[in-house]
Design a protein around this ligand. Sequence first.
Ligand SMILES: [Zn+2]
Length: 243
Amino acid sequence: MMSDSLLNALLHAKKVVTLTGAGISAESGIPTFRGAGGLWEGYPVEKVATVEGFEKDPQLVWRFYNERRVNIAKAAPNDAHIILAKMEKIYDLWIITQNIDGLHQKAGSRNVVELHGNIWRVRCTNCGRVEYNYEVPLREIPPRCKRCGGLLRPDVVWFGEPVYDINKAYQLTEKCEIMFVIGTSAQVYPAAYLPRAAWSHGAKIVEINPQETPVSSYADFIFRESATSAMRKIYQAIQEASQ
Ligand SMILES: [Zn+2]
C-alpha cells in the first residue's frame, strides 16, 4: 500500500502544491489535450490553437471551442478533483494546473493557478476586457464584446503565447514541502520546470501517472495508476493516521 515515509511526510507537511495536467481530467471524460498527427480532436492544431489561425478564421476556432465547451459542460469533477478540494482544509494547498476546463474550481478548490487560462473566460481582442462566459452552446459565433463590439477570443494560452502566472507558480513551488505531479507528462515548458524546481528546493515529489515521465527519474514516490485511485489511497491514509 502506501509507504510509511510518504505518510510521515504527509502528516508533517503544511505547504503542498499539486501540478495537474490532462490525465486528471481524462477520468472525467475530457479528451487529452493533443491527439496524434498534429490533430486536436480532428482539427489541425495550428488552425485552432494559434493566434495566426484565429486571425485567419475566427469562425472555425470558435466552432472548435464551442464544441469543447459543450463537452466540458457535461463533465463532472472526479474523486481526484474532489479529494484535492477537501485537502485545502488540511494543508495550505495550491493547485497549479495546465488544464483549462475549470474542474478544480467546480470541485470546490479555491487556490488554483491556471497556467493555460480557462475555457469559460473570454477576452476582447479590441479592448482587452476579460469576463466569464458560461453560455453553452454559444448563441453567436464568433462572440462579440459587450462593451465595444470587438471580436472575443477564448482566454486560453495558445501555442507560442506565454503562460499565465508563472511567477506565482514558481513562488509556490519554491516554498512547498510536497509536490504532487498528477496526470501530466511534464514535458511542456515552462510547467515542466516546476517539479524539478520543487525538488531542488527540498520538496518531496509524488508522481501519480499510469505512464513513466521525465519526473519519474527523480520523484520520491510514484503511483503508477490513475489519479482517482491514487488520491483515494492517499486521502484514506491521511485520515486514518490522523484519527
Ligand atoms: Zn471590447
